[in-house]
Write a protein that binds this ligand. Structure first.
Ligand code: VAH
Length: 314
């Protein structure tokens, strides 16, 4: 991995992935693309609508990319609101990224999600290889994407790699359109008003991970010798599983009077209920040494400290 092009570089993962990759590989070796223009970019950037196959190909070729990290996608809640837009963007963008990688011989990464599982998937200690019958457009996109990435590896020899991310929590780019976003919003509201009204019900467990661990997982997987990999796309990765009550209890270790109440959103609750409670990460750990540094309390301490500084200086 030496010259990396990223799509969706202004998104929740893409924004921090761009920064991390530039620190490691050099700012000039990371081309950040997004449908929105970058403001104050720290390296090469370009506007790219991922449904524009020719422009994606030309940008990657002109940049001399050897790696494509395709991060542009609509998340679960937005995809349920606009299913056909989600299909066209999530699948059309992915096919264009895979075709660009095939044509130019690029190493390829794109994330799948625990959203690729459905209500008939084993909910606890969800295996790496198991039944995947998701009931959301986002989940259909993710399962189809996993299969498409496997196909491009088997049929064309493209070095495709991916992970099934859990909910990701970050303090840089406010999330949007996800089901797990309550676990980010709660920290912002804790700082701003010492209370939060959750759209996800108590007792709803979902896998989660702090963004620094997610970024490290991407880099570790991409730097692993291909001969070590038995699986390729969609390794289960997670750091923790919690419900709204548990994240509130972690916040109260810093803000003792923090109040949590509920106004459950049936759409996002329905999505959350269709996902596993906790997934098994044995394959990622055994095949490429997946590990995490943040548990819930370590994440809470860092989130509250970073957001306090960010919101006070806003
Ligand atoms: C979402 N944050 O909520 C994303 C993620 C596992 C959830 O894919 O849609």
């Amino acid at each position: 991995m030496k010259r990396i092009m990223i799509t969706g570089a202004l998104g929740q993962i893409g924004s921090e992935l761009t920064t991390k990759l530039r620190e490691i590989y050099g700012a000039d070796n990371v081309l950040a693309t997004d449908i929105r223009p970058a403001s104050g970019s720290t390296g090469p950037s370009a506007v790219l609508d991922v449904t524009d196959a020719q422009k994606m190909h030309d940008l990657a070729k002109d940049f001399g990319a050897d790696t494509l990290m395709h991060m542009a996608a609509l998340l679960s809640a937005t995809a349920e609101e606009k299913p056909l837009l989600a299909w066209n963007l999530n699948m059309g963008g992915l096919v264009n990224a895979l075709e660009t990688s095939r044509e130019l011989g690029l190493q390829f990464f794109t994330p799948s999600s625990i959203g690729a599982f459905g209500p008939s998937t084993p909910k606890n200690n969800t295996p790496q290889d198991t039944l995947q019958r998701p009931t959301t457009m986002y989940g259909v996109n993710k399962v189809a994407g996993e299969l498409l990435c496997d196909y491009y590896f088997e049929r064309f020899g493209v070095d495709t790699r991916g992970v099934r991310f859990p909910g990701l929590i970050s303090n840089v780019t406010p999330p949007g359109g996800g089901t797990t976003d309550y676990a980010v919003d709660i920290y912002y509201q804790a700082i701003e008003q010492n209370s939060y009204t959750s759209y996800i019900a108590a007792g709803t467990y979902m896998d989660m991970m702090y963004m620094p661990d997610a970024l490290q997982a991407i880099i570790d997987l991409m730097e692993t010798d291909a001969d070590q990999l038995i699986h390729r796309n969609a390794f289960n990765v997670t750091a923790m599983s919690f419900d709204p009550e548990q994240i509130a209890a972690s916040i109260r270790k810093h803000l003792p009077d923090f109040q949590l109440d509920y106004a459950v959103d049936p759409v996002r609750q329905g999505i959350a209920d269709s996902w596993p409670d906790n997934i098994d990460v044995t394959a990622a750990r055994d095949e490429w040494g997946f590990k995490t540094a943040y548990d819930l309390d370590a994440m809470t301490a860092d989130m509250l400290e970073k957001l306090k500084n960010k919101l006070q200086n806003a």
